[in-house]
Structure formats: structure tokens, C-alpha cells
Ligand binder design. Structure first.
Ligand code: MN
Length: 237
């Protein structure tokens, strides 16, 4: 049983968990944990930090159910298929993103790694009864770099509504300074050396069931009611 892998010796790094396949083994050892040779080294879906209906009515359970259970799952399934047997078989998402950015022959890897990372970050950028005032450390930095929280919120809303087509709006650290950034499709500030603090998904699948074409209404509601400033503050460190 050379394929047998003990749980204790298994690599379960937070960003890189492998499926453990439970199979019937030899008579003397009824069950052993195996990692089949043909299996990818799967990434797992980031658990939602709240229930699917907990962001309603700003983001409905219907929207979040499709977004998390269908769209996000597809990105995770795709990246697992793409890394299987490749040079990135054991790489964390961040490494895949940085090393495939801008490479024409690695577009599918970049897109699916980016979307897997961006969505996990988006789930954590929101919370029920969010919005309000940021914690002191972040509030001081916002005042220093934007002048006021209202100025930052206005700039974030403008970035989110003006992103042409699919993409993301971000608050990020760029060389120690807070900046609002927008990225297209699967792109992420990680790919250009910035540190994301929070994000808003502005792909139509993030809002269309609730807001149809009214992206500005979705963005305004998310900023006022769902953004988790404590998550952004924690990412400052
Ligand atoms: Mn999305």
C-alpha cells in the first residue's frame, strides 16, 4: 500500500487542501486514505462566512446561491482541472496568479486562479449589517489618503460603476498608500503587486437577478450595507 497517506503527514496548508478519498482497502486494513495518482490536487471552496440568505435584501439568497454554488464552484472545478499534472500542481493560487499574469499561453490558468481567489476574497469583504464606520487604524489611513470616508466611498462607487464590462472594484494598498483600483474580468491587484483590502464583484452575475441593469444601485447598497471594514482593517497589517 505505497499510496497510503496518513492524515498526520498530509499537507493541509490553509490555501491548499487536498481531497482525501476514502476507499475500501485490504482486508487487514478496511479503510485507508488515498490520494489517487490521477487526481488533481484540489482547491476547495472557501466556506461562506454567513448564510446564503443573510445578505438579503441587498444581495438575495437567490443571487448568492447561484453566485456561490454555481459560478464560484465552476472556477474552483476549472482551476483544479487545469493544474492537475502541471507545474502548478502544488502551487497556491497567489503563485499561479503572479506567474501566469500577462502570459498568452496561460490565460485559462490566470483567469480561473484569479476568479477563485477574487471570489474567496469577495465573500469575506461582505457581512450582514456591514457598512458603517471603519475601525480606527483604517479610518485614520482613509482620512490621510482620501480626505474622508465619504470621498473614498464615492471613488469606490465610481470605479465599480465605470468598470466597462465584467470586473472588480477594490480598496488596495499600493506602496503603503490606500488606492481605489478597478480590474477587468479575472484580473486582481495581486497581479500588479498591490495588496487588496476589500473588493466588490461587478460581474453581472453578482447582481443581475436582484438589480437587472442597475449596477449603480447594487454598488451603492453594498457599500452602505454590506462592506466589512473590519476585514479591510485586518488586511492592513
Ligand atoms: Mn462573481
Amino acid at each position: 500500500m505505497t499510496d497510503a497517506i496518513s492524515l498526520a503527514g498530509y499537507d493541509l496548508a490553509p490555501s491548499r487542501r487536498h481531497f482525501l478519498t476514502f476507499v475500501a482497502g485490504a482486508v487487514a486494513a478496511p479503510y485507508v486514505f488515498l490520494r489517487p495518482a490521477e487526481a488533481a490536487s484540489p482547491f476547495v471552496m472557501e466556506p461562506l462566512p454567513y448564510g446564503e440568505s443573510d445578505l438579503a435584501p441587498t444581495v438575495s439568497a437567490n443571487t448568492l446561491g447561484f453566485h456561490y454554488g454555481k459560478h464560484y464552484k465552476t472556477y474552483i472545478d476549472n482551476i483544479n482541472k487545469l493544474v492537475a499534472g502541471s507545474e502548478f500542481a502544488d502551487a497556491p493560487l497567489e503563485k499561479i496568479i503572479v506567474e501566469t499574469a500577462g502570459k498568452a499561453d496561460k490565460t485559462a490558468l490566470f483567469n480561473n486562479a484569479g476568479q477563485a481567489w477574487n471570489h474567496a476574497f469577495y465573500w469575506k469583504s461582505l457581512k450582514p449589517r456591514g457598512g458603517g464606520a471603519p475601525p480606527a487604524a483604517l479610518a485614520q489611513k482613509i482620512d490621510a489618503d482620501f480626505g474622508s470616508l465619504d470621498a473614498l466611498k464615492k471613488e469606490l462607487a465610481t470605479a465599480a460603476t465605470s468598470q466597462f464590462g465584467s470586473g472588480w472594484a477594490w480598496l488596495a494598498l499600493d506602496g503603503g498608500k490606500l488606492k481605489v483600483v478597478k480590474t477587468a474580468n479575472a484580473d486582481t491587484p495581486l497581479a500588479s503587486g498591490k495588496k487588496p483590502l476589500l473588493t466588490i464583484d461587478v460581474w453581472e452575475h453578482a447582481y443581475y437577478l436582484d438589480y437587472q441593469n442597475r449596477r449603480a444601485d447594487y454598488v451603492a447598497a453594498v457599500i452602505d450595507k454590506l462592506l466589512d471594514w473590519e476585514f479591510a482593517n485586518a488586511n492592513l497589517g
